[in-house]
Write a protein that binds this ligand. Sequence first.
Ligand code: KMH
Ligand code: ZN
Length: 274
Amino acid sequence: MTSTLITVAPTGAETAKADCPALPTTLDELVETAKRCEAAGAAMIHIHIRDAEHRPTLDLGRLAETVTAVRENTALIVQLSTGGAVTDPFEHRLRVLDAAPDSCSLTMGTVNFGDDVFMNPWPFVTELYRLTQEREVVPEFELFDLGHVAALHRLLDKFGLPYGGKVHCDLVMGVPGGMPGTPDALVAAVNGLPEGVTSWSATGVGRTTMPVALAALSKGGHLRVGMEDTLTLAKGQPVTHNAELVERAASLATLAQRPPMSPDEARDLLNVKR
Ligand code: KMH
Ligand code: ZN
């Protein structure tokens, strides 16, 4: 068994700073979070940024500044979200690659997202994929539903392998509108993955965090944790720092005899540029 890639998704686009002051929304908070999460066992960071009023933004200058700051202060693989917020236009989401991250998220289809819709029509998915290949950015395929697994088969069949030749996916489970965060759904999704997939992680939103993490470790997968997906450690116990979620994931992984991998090992796993 290999070791475990732990990705931290510290911020997301959905939670308001006013509702959750512990959410890292400024550059200083994000860098401090990245450092503590790296020390706790994370090897990759999935980044959404905020503007001066703590609102989600895809401002290119801020994105580029963030990539540089996280690179200067940690060895973490820097993954930028191309999902952004549900209100972000497609052009802004494509432009994220101009900030030259190591990796980017690439969601494989449209999905209901609570009361909203997270739009990822096929022409957008293929254009973003083409751009990742051109810019030599390693995509992480985000799968919110079983239909997204089928779409990944279609994408790889039609457009070939990603930059670097490795295929890494993340199952995002328990979003209201997507696949449920259950071991049964996880097994169904993993058993349906294309043969070319070289690694996968899973994240369970909200109260599905623990069942999904335990099922992922049992099935040989990696873990994504963070306040983008989970704001409580248990009922009535709010997360006060993302590092708490990474520490818990690292303990589970160690207990499963698959301790956290270093950023360097994760670069080999994903074939991210050095
Ligand atoms: N904020 C969601 C609408 C991603 O980062 O690529 C989309 C999301 C996925 O978080
Ligand atoms: Zn995200």
